[in-house]
Design a binder for this molecule. Structure first.
Ligand code: HAM
Length: 426
């Protein structure tokens, strides 16, 4: 038997109704905040992620699905391509390639699959889905303002509220600007020097190449050492500190509770200033339901003009896992099952079904070969509200037997009154 690859999965009804509910709701929320959709490719050149996400990150060192293109054209041959492990780098690549700065401030959102070769467990997949947004543009368009950071966080709170997620925790930090980072890395190197020999191989490497990434370490034995390391908050310059203060001020004004976590550095290198994560208790070890932050230098790192930006990505798989709503509560079951009764009844039943569907009713349609008993069984199984019988007598009278399945109540309804009768009891 051929099975889906490790870390991937099939999603079926009724669960997909929950995914659709989430996606429809977030699209509504994005509309209210004037965000518009961007779709970028699912694979990009490997270099984009190496330069964008960072050579020393777990994503780039261990988790990417990368291959060499075998295209016939000389220009394709040997090009290294990668399934996108995240979408911020792709959006910024598109911003540069299509000169999106000409549009001023871009407020973009995306919904789609991402790929990371991680060890699968609850809430962690190799193909997973993100709902993300990015606000990016020239500084003259206000892209640098702490008001944008706070608006993004306020949007997220509204979004979680609309899909029915409560009990989240917002962790907030400022990871400073590159100069702060340099000073912080120096202090980290100094603090790591006497202890690094006791740490895992990854940390020993990180201590040399990019000490900040030591904070990504998940090895339990290393944690007591990591807890003694200096934190970035002591190294922020005046302007980063001011930015952070303003973000918190607005959050307080709009009453968004948050916890400051100076050890939150996020697993991607492009962050500057604001970084944040929302966690949710029901998720277990993989408790980050979403993460994001500011990436003011990313465009330049990718060869573009200065373009401050801030964004987030929600793990849709994890969002769905932490929903209290059940698929059953959001799926729309058929209003009516149309049952043709007897030979030659399919055309007339098709006509009745078509007319009802034009009234925004959910209609399913049987087949004239079904006995009445079987039609009832099928209608019951799909949890239709009504069954409507289309037999010779009904067609002759131009009135149809309509039975409410839960109560067993049956009425005969003239064709023209059917939609109204069914809508009435919705
Ligand atoms: P990230 O923290 O790497 O950030 O991922 C965001 C979210 O995606 C995580 O909080 C988690 O919910 C979900 N996620 C990540 N890996 C997996 C996985 N293997 N299985 C299931 N869910 C997963 C980013 O990707 C940034 N691009 C976010 C961002 C946008 N920053 C600025 N703009």
């Amino acid at each position: 038997m051929i099975k889906a690859p490790r870390g991937t999965r099939d999603l079926f009804p009724p669960d997909t109704a929950l995914w659709n509910f989430v996606e429809a709701t977030v699209r509504d929320v994005f509309r209210a905040y004037n965000f518009h959709e961007i779709r970028t490719p699912i694979f990009e050149s490997t270099e984009l992620f190496a330069r964008g996400v960072g050579e020393e990150t777990d994503i780039v060192t261990k988790e990417m699905f990368t291959w060499e293109d075998r295209g016939r054209a000389e220009s394709d041959k040997g090009q290294s391509l990668t399934l996108r492990p995240e979408n911020t780098a792709g959006v910024v690549r598109a911003y540069i390639e299509h000169k999106l700065w000409e549009r001023g401030l871009n407020k973009l959102f995306y919904i789609g699959p991402q790929f990371r070769r991680e060890r699968p467990q609850k809430g962690r997949f190799r193909q997973f889905y993100q709902i993300g947004a990015e606000v990016i543009g020239p500084a003259s368009a206000g892209s640098q303002s702490p008001a944008r950071d706070a608006e993004i966080l306020e949007l997220l709170v509204a979004l979680l509220d609309r899909v029915g997620i409560t009990n989240w925790t917002l962790q907030l930090n400022s990871v400073g600007c590159p100069a702060d980072r340099t000073r912080f890395n120096e202090a980290l190197s100094a603090a790591l020097a006497p202890v690094v020999d006791k740490m895992c191989v990854d940390c020993r490497r990180r201590a040399v190449t990019n000490p900040l990434r030591v904070f990504d370490c998940k090895v339990p034995e290393d944690q007591p050492i990591i807890e003694t390391l200096p934190t970035i908050d002591q190294f922020l310059d005046q302007s980063c500190r001011g930015h952070y203060e303003e973000v918190k001020q607005i959050l307080n004004a709009v009453q968004i509770p948050h916890i400051e976590n100076p050890r939150l550095v996020r697993g991607l290198d492009y962050y500057q200033k604001t970084a944040f994560e929302f966690t949710h208790g029901s998720l277990g070890a993989q408790n980050a339901i979403l993460g994001g932050g500011r990436y003011d230098g990313l465009s330049e790192a990718l060869g573009g003009p200065p373009a401050p930006g801030i964004g987030f990505a929600i793990g849709e798989d994890r969002l769905v896992l932490s929903l209290s709503a059940s698929a059953e509560s959001v799926i729309r079951r058929p209003d009516v099952y149309v049952a043709p009764l007897g030979a030659g009844m399919n055309p007339e039943a098709a006509r009745v079904a078509r007319d009802l569907r034009r009234h925004d009713l959910v209609v399913d349609l049987g087949d004239e070969s079904f006995r009445l008993k079987k039609s009832f069984e099928v209608a019951d199984k799909m949890k239709a509200r009504y069954i409507l019988i289309v037999g010779e007598n009904e067609v002759a009278a131009n009135a149809f037997a309509l039975k409410h399945l839960a109560s067993g109540e049956q009425v005969t309804v003239p064709r023209a009154e059917l939609p109204q009768q069914i809508l009435q009891t919705k």
